[in-house]
Design a protein around this ligand. Structure first.
Ligand code: NDP
Length: 460
């Protein structure tokens, strides 16, 4: 099972065997769920030193329980398209762990969505949410619905149908969804409207990522991308480096990518490329973010249209070809497994100094190993992209207090949270024998708080 992420860790035979057995049970019990297996493998492997040092977690069966969702809901989502034809999609919500707070995690609308993807995302979310230091448990949801090419009316009918089933499972104190791939401001608005209509009450804390005029938080839109850059900035500072004058490549052109580009540029970097699922654009002069935002957020077009307005830029077809561009800093902000071992080797050969994961699990286990062996500063997703859910929790706090903070107040809190995540992860890595390894450190720091809460709450 060892991929080498843990190469310098202290472990003992018993802990290694225990972790291996739990992993094998996960694979047996969740056949064909490769993304879920991958996420579990990464985390479990990093936790071996914890069980070696503190057998109480083994004795209480924490691991056996934490890998099994508290609840997994699947449901039918029927809706009528613009041609009057009935369509049926599948809806999912995994309520993975509520030891430290209500389930919290986004909704993804993408044709690739299945139980494996929802469970990998929900499992990761447990540890990410714990790392933020806020009282939120782990959950995730979504549907195999494809929003691309759908009219506003179709999106509304689909989201209303989705919420007509989901509403009975969520609530401000039980489970609080948000956006993810394919679920942005428009979808959250429709989802909230339908929830409010069914419940007959204004429970604004039931969803986060809401519009500012109806209970949203300033800085939530920017939070994941900004937070990722703040996290990478901490890594760079530790090595005596900064964003100033650096060449940056960002994959994706959605919510996370757009605000990662914005903050990296504000900190003095030149972002030369970004992408969508069809290909990437390269602009030697630095990406013109206004054009990207208009094309992707307003007109919902393809990134290839960028070159119509910027003829000196180039467009290259192919989803993950973007990693062949030489850069100092790489920020994968599109989707899972977009950097494989070969792409990681090319990035290293081209001299990449830091990688910050804005997307969830964008690097394969083999790619992570390449970065760690090459001493690249590596910010794993559950730490580097935790800014989004952290500000979602701040949105919940504002909704509960019926009060709203300014943009700068939320941004200051976000910066503090990202710095704390960095420091706590570094501290845990050092304490458990892997100094400087943020993959190990973030998994352990995230795990310990949830494990202690589970210990305190008995076998449930
Ligand atoms: P968006 O839907 O806003 O944007 C996603 C971007 O990635 C688009 O450019 C899209 O291209 C591309 N993309 C999506 N799926 C694929 C795929 N299968 N293959 C290739 N390209 C793809 O999503 P977000 O920006 O919100 O999310 C991006 C990543 O960040 C995801 O991994 C998400 O889980 C993670 N994340 C998001 C948070 C948030 O607050 N939004 C919080 C934490 C993590 P196209 O336009 O062609 O579809």
């Amino acid at each position: 099972m060892n991929t080498g992420i843990l190469s310098s860790a202290v472990s003992n035979e018993k802990a290694t065997q225990y972790v291996q057995e739990v992993y094998e049970t996960v694979v047996k019990r969740n056949l064909h769920e490769s993304e879920f297996h991958q996420a579990v493998k990464e985390i479990l492997e990093c936790l071996t030193p914890v069980f070696a040092k503190q057998p109480k977690y083994m004795e209480a069966g924490i691991l056996e329980r934490i890998v099994e969702p508290e609840r997994m809901i699947t449901f039918r989502v029927p809706w009528v398209d613009d041609q009057g034809k009935t369509q049926v999609n599948r809806g999912f919500r995994v309520q993975f762990n509520s030891a430290i707070g209500p389930y919290k995690g986004g909704l993804r609308f993408h044709p690739s969505v299945n139980a494996s993807i929802i469970k990998f995302l929900g499992f990761e979310q447990i540890f990410k949410n714990s790392l933020t230091g806020q009282p939120i448990g782990g959950g995730k949801g979504g549907s195999d619905f494809n929003p691309k090419g759908k009219s506003d009316g179709e999106i509304m009918r689909f989201t209303q149908s989705f919420m007509t089933e989901l509403y009975r499972h969520i609530g401000p104190d039980t489970d609080v969804p948000a956006g993810d791939i394919g679920v942005g401001a428009r979808e959250i608005g429709y989802l909230y409207g339908q929830y409010k209509r069914i419940r007959g009450a204004y429970e604004s804390g039931v969803l986060t990522g809401k519009g500012i005029v109806y209970g949203g938080s300033l800085t939530r839109t920017e939070a994941t991308g900004f937070g990722c850059v703040y996290f990478v900035n901490e890594m760079l500072k530790s090595a005596g480096l900064s964003f100033e004058g650096k060449k940056v490549v960002v994959s994706g052109s959605g919510n996370v990518a757009i605000y990662a580009i914005k903050k990296a540029t504000q900190l003095g970097a030149k972002v030369v490329a970004c992408s969508d699922s069809n290909g990437y654009i390269y602009d030697e002069n630095g990406i013109d973010l206004k054009t990207v935002q208009r094309l992707k957020e307003v007109e919902r077009k393809r990134i290839s249209d960028y070159i119509i307005e910027h003829p000196t830029a180039t467009y290259v077809e192919g989803f993950n070809k973007i990693w062949s561009i030489p850069c100092d800093i790489a920020l994968p902000c599109a989707t899972q497994n977009e950097i494989d071992e070969a792409a990681a080797k090319v990035l290293v050969a081209n001299g990449v100094k830091a990688v910050g994961e804005g997307a969830n699990m964008p690097s394969t286990l083999e790619a992570i190993e390449v970065f760690i062996q090459a001493n690249v500063l590596f910010g794993p997703a559950k730490a580097a992209n935790a800014g989004g859910v952290a500000v979602s929790a701040l949105e919940m706090a504002q909704n509960s207090s019926r009060f709203a903070w300014t943009f700068d107040e939320v941004d200051d809190k976000l910066q503090t949270i990202m710095k704390n995540i960095y420091e706590n992860s570094m501290h845990a890595a050092a304490e458990y024998g892997c100094p400087g390894n943020l993959v190990v450190g973030s998994n352990i720091a995230g795990f310990l708080k949830v494990a202690d809460a589970m210990l305190a709450q008995g076998i449930i």
